[in-house]
Design a binder for this molecule. Structure first.
Ligand SMILES: [Mg+2]
Length: 219
């Protein structure tokens, strides 16, 4: 599998993988985006050996909340998810990709579309060559790759996550990115040192309400 380096070159290093990406001509450059973590935010934790396992684990309001974000804000929505188990073998990688494809399919079936879905198969302990940025959150690689592909303004962007790693990664990508921490999943308890978000919300549905409220106040 090929991986994208921050300088745009393609190489065989497990730093950052873009598993799925819509053509960038669908995204208007120079604007903010909404980044959403998957596990713990859109779905409960659990084994996803088959694509359909995602359906069983999805939060009941996940797809509806994503669709509201897409239709009300008109901002591009990206999934950014650490999936270090994908580095284990090709079979596991296929399982990760199938579960992400299933998520995309559910969104499309309900009239929405992700601007992109990015996952990182590298682990926190993997060495990072000089000059490269790891995609493994709390590193900023996935955000920087989306911004590079679609000319996004990260300062005007949002990150919805359930872990401290999500909050840190967003701020590493841009200190002015607005972070929202949901109480589902890790609920911000994955690290001993908390990192206060701009907003603490109960779930993805409340995160969508918060972002939609903020964006409607801008116009
Ligand atoms: Mg998570």
């Amino acid at each position: 599998m090929q991986h994208a380096a921050p300088d745009g070159s393609r190489q065989e290093t497990p730093l950052l993988a873009v598993s799925y990406h819509q053509p960038s001509d669908q995204v208007e450059g120079g604007r903010g985006a909404i980044f959403v973590d998957r596990d713990g935010v859109l779905n409960r934790f659990g084994n996803m050996k088959k694509a359909e396992d995602l359906d069983r684990l999805l939060q009941p309001n996940a797809v509806e909340s994503l669709l509201r974000l897409m239709s009300h804000t008109k901002m591009p929505v990206y999934v950014v998810t650490n999936q270090q188990r994908a580095a284990k073998d090709d079979r596991t990688l296929s399982q990760v990709e199938a579960s992400l494809d299933r998520l995309c399919q559910l969104v499309v079936e309900n009239g929405g579309k992700f601007a992109g879905v990015l996952f990182c198969p590298s682990r926190s302990q993997d060495p990072v060559p000089k000059g490269m940025v790891s995609g493994h959150k709390p590193n900023a690689g996935m955000f920087l790759e989306a911004a590079r592909l679609d000319s996004l303004d990260l300062s005007q962007s949002y990150m919805v996550g359930d872990s401290v790693k999500d909050m840190l990664a967003a701020k590493q990508a841009h200190p002015e990115m607005t972070t929202l921490l949901v109480a589902t999943g890790h609920g911000g308890r994955d690290e001993s040192q908390p990192h206060p978000p701009e907003a603490s919300v109960a779930c993805i549905g409340e995160a969508a309400d918060w972002i939609i409220g903020r964006e409607s106040g801008r116009t």
